[in-house]
Design a binder for this molecule. Structure first.
Ligand code: NAP
Length: 261
């Protein structure tokens, strides 16, 4: 499946971010390299890594050995907040480890201190203006923290990557982000979910898929980016096999309601 065949979120600059990506936290060393290569072989075209994950070299090696064209893979990496004042050298180290000239999305991994927030955001914007990254965003930011960035620089983050899943569903937060032109990217879809929940198992049964696949499809049907991680070959492929079914409005409502039960 080509990047252009997959459902995507549109980011500034006409950048297309596949709604289904591959998480790589705790996927390190040979195991990480093999997982990313398997993901790319399966059809994932969006990889999520971070300076803090210590696996950018393995991710980069898998990208190179996949035989895919660089422009057909969307790569995110993240800046640790303690690198204030060293933003550019941190991104250059990421690019070197990944073996690429540019990433597709660079996120501030967590909010730095209030005093450092705007200076760090300005450095991130500068890296984008120098084409070291195509788009920029944040992770683990509240709406108020995003508003501060927008008020100070008139530049909104393209993405906010936050902990998300059916049990954490928050319609208002999704709306607040959308109103500010910020794409919601969810992380830890399985760790935040009880996969034996009766609502999920019922809906999974109706579509002849697993509860994990329902969770991923629920994100996609909400147009929320989701980045499941796995180092297990069967799970890597099952987690990508979510494009042959979709959830109806009633199923979506039932899953949304899990957050309030
Ligand atoms: N920005 C942030 O602060 C932040 C924080 C956390 C995560 N993230 C990103 O989000 C990604 C995903 O989050 P996550 O790694 O925390 O958690 P996750 O994707 O919710 O869960 C990963 C765990 O679920 C297991 N798993 C995978 N597929 C499964 C399936 N089909 N059925 C049952 N279990 C399954 C994995 O096991 P195996 O690997 O053993 O198969 C692993 O133990 C991370 O890898 C990272 O890229 C970002």
């Amino acid at each position: 499946m080509d990047l252009t065949d997959q459902p995507t979120a549109l980011l500034p600059g006409d950048v297309r971010m596949p709604l289904l990506g591959f998480g790589t936290w705790q996927a390190t060393g040979t195991e990480g390299y093999e997982a990313v290569l398997a993901a790319l072989d399966t059809g994932y075209r969006h990889l999520d890594t971070a300076t803090m994950y210590g696996n950018e070299r393995e991710v980069g090696r898998a990208v190179q050995e996949s035989g895919l064209r660089r422009e057909d893979i969307f790569i995110t990496t993240k800046l640790p907040p303690d690198r204030v004042g060293r933003e550019r050298e941190t991104l250059e180290a990421s690019l070197e480890a990944l073996g690429v000239d540019q990433v597709d999305l660079w996120l501030i991994h967590w909010p730095p201190s209030a005093a450092e927030s705007i200076p760090m955001w300005r450095e991130v914007l500068a890296a984008r203006d120098e084409n070291l990254t195509r788009t920029v965003g944040v992770s683990n930011y509240s709406t108020a923290q995003i508003d501060e960035l927008i008020q100070s620089t008139e530049e909104n983050p393209a993405v906010n990557q936050i902990r998300w899943g059916p049990m954490l569903y928050d319609r208002q937060r999704h709306t607040e982000l959308r109103d500010r032109g910020v794409v919601l990217e969810g992380y830890s879809p399985f760790k935040t979910t009880d996969l034996s929940d009766p609502v999920l198992t019922r809906i999974a049964g109706a579509h002849n898929v697993s509860p994990a696949q329902v969770v991923l499809r629920w994100h996609i049907d909400h147009e929320i980016v989701v980045i499941p991680k796995s180092v297990t070959p069967e799970r890597i492929s099952a987690n990508f096999d979510v494009f042959h079914f979709s959830l109806n409005a009633e199923e979506m409502r039932d899953i949304d309601a899990l957050a309030s039960t």
